[in-house]
Design a protein around this ligand. Structure first.
Ligand code: SAH
Ligand code: SF4
Length: 471
């Protein structure tokens, strides 16, 4: 069946907000401020979703806590990308038995990608009676209604039907930081990389309208945010479903045109869809960071093909060269999967070769994790966990060495950074990011948080740079 773009009517979101008021009256009736805890696993999109859950919860009158024994409502926003994250979620949800015992009436909700998988929703239903509410990513817009059902009907609620996904505007947002903001520009994924569960749980690719994205960006700038990160599973295919003449590069220009001193970042870019137009736009837009997260996943062409990535290592390398031609100071990062089914020693060596050739500023490396229902899950794999771990360790060593070398090159240089928070340590009490997104630890007054300052880099290691504010 062809995909039909489903937009949630703004009136429906208003109705959810009305439900928030109803819940407010209910939970604040005794004059006490109720508390909620939102626990987030996984990617930036999930962080952004959790800020919407908090937005709704704040409207319902909840304050926030990190202590499950203090919380009246707990929402666990889950990830399904790798088994490890799922195991952690299940372990932690199981342990909530204790807080629920200590606090009868505590409501426990589990949402996000993990529960959008049928087998996981079943598992929670059958083996985790502690959980009261389960809802998938497509139902987030009606969280107030679902929560009210649990509160009034006193029964467990499950909302995880198969769904291609929706676009909903107007959900309140309670952002974690006052300096950096996530801004989702699109949802879902159509790429179906053979190892990946995302397209099954996040639905089809759908873009927000450019005017909605720009309006939100304007609000953020007006509220004083200094860094806006545009989010999508593959931002390079932004707008394809809208039937408008606006692509991702055009969107960057529209946001760049908003007056103010702020930085634009984005993730993730799929290499098969990154264009020269994008690199040119990044170079020309003064607010766009020279930072590109371009996940390569593997350096061997047979593996890339079986992964269904849609490019060869040669094409990828040509793109990197082109991006660097436009932005010689580009900070480039990537994701790599080690131990894809039947990846041989020689094929793994091609990944090492590519990494040595590209020299990434930083890499996110993962051991392949079998995901239910994906094509890769049915592929034979003679290699052992030990083989994969050995490859993983070797790749990490190479990645760390290169990061350390790249960081060393910053020493002695003076750069403009955005101070974004406190580290909690005395010696270097502030954290900041360079234009390219590298972490710089500083010593300085916390009044600098939220400001761009010039910093001289004095030391570095694999993970970070260290510097002094230049007066
Ligand atoms: N949309 C983004 C990626 C989202 S998932 C993109 O395509 O770049 C983030 C990363 O998790 C992926 O880039 C991949 O490296 C890793 N990943 C996804 N599925 C995985 C799996 N089954 N096992 C191990 N790593 C996986
Ligand atoms: Fe997963 Fe591939 Fe989509 Fe990224 S592009 S979310 S790796 S299917």
């Amino acid at each position: 069946m062809p995909y039909e773009r489903k937009v949630i009517d703004i009136g429906a979101i208003q109705a959810q907000q009305d439900i928030c008021s109803q819940i407010f009256d209910k939970v604040t009736a005794d004059g006490r401020r109720p508390l909620a805890m939102v626990d987030t696993y996984g990617c930036q999109q999930n962080e952004a979703d959790s800020e919407k859950l908090r937005g709704y919860l704040a409207m319902m009158g909840y304050g926030f806590t990190q202590d499950e024994f203090q919380a009246d409502v707990i929402v666990v926003n889950t990830c399904a990308v790798r088994e490890h994250a799922e195991m952690r979620v299940l372990g932690n949800v199981g342990a909530l038995n204790h807080s629920k015992k200590a606090r009868p009436g505590q409501i426990i909700a589990v949402c996000g990608c993990m529960v959008q998988q049928e087998h996981m929703a079943q598992k929670l239903k059958q083996s985790y009676p502690v959980v009261d509410l389960v809802f998938g990513p497509h139902e987030l817009w009606r969280f107030p209604e679902l929560l009210l059902q649990v509160m009034t009907k006193h029964k467990r609620v499950f909302a995880t039907e198969k769904n291609d996904g929706v676009v909903a505007e107007g959900i309140p947002n309670k952002r974690d930081s006052g300096v950096k903001a996530w801004l989702s520009i699109m949802y879902g994924c159509n790429n179906f990389c053979s190892y990946c569960v995302v397209p099954y749980v996040r639905g089809r690719e759908r873009s927000r309208r450019p005017e909605d994205v720009v309006a939100e960006a304007k609000e953020l700038v007006a509220a004083g945010y200094k860094e806006i990160t545009l989010l999508g599973q593959n931002v390079n295919s932004y707008g394809r479903d809208l039937g408008l003449d606006v692509d991702f590069s055009d969107l960057i220009r529209m946001i760049n045109d908003i007056p103010g001193d702020f930085l634009i970042r984005f993730m993730t870019s799929h290499p098969k869809d990154a264009t020269e137009k994008l690199f040119k736009t990044m170079a020309e837009c003064e607010k766009c960071a020279h930072q590109l997260h371009l996940p390569v996943q593997a350096g061997n062409d047979r593996i890339l093909k079986v992964m269904n990535r849609g490019y060869t290592s040669e094409k990828y390398l040509a793109q990197v060269a082109l991006a660097r031609k436009y932005m010689p100071d580009l900070v480039l990062t990537t994701d790599i999967i080690v131990g894809f089914p039947n990846e041989s020693e020689e094929e793994f060596e091609d990944t090492i070769k590519l990494v040595e050739q590209v020299r990434y500023d930083a890499m996110f490396t993962f051991i392949y994790s079998k995901r239910v229902g994906t094509p890769a899950a049915a592929m034979p794999d003679p290699y052992t966990r030990e083989d994969k771990q050995r490859h993983f360790d070797r790749l990490t060593e190479v990645a760390n060495r290169i990061s350390g070398e790249k960081h060393k090159e910053y020493e002695g240089k003076t750069l403009r950074v955005l101070v974004d928070g406190e580290t909690g340590r005395d010696e270097y009490n502030l954290s900041s990011r360079t234009n390219g997104g590298r972490l710089v630890h500083l010593k300085g007054d916390k009044a600098l948080i939220g400001r761009f300052v010039d910093v001289k880099i004095t030391a570095s290691n694999t993970w970070a740079l260290y510097g002094e504010v230049v007066k």
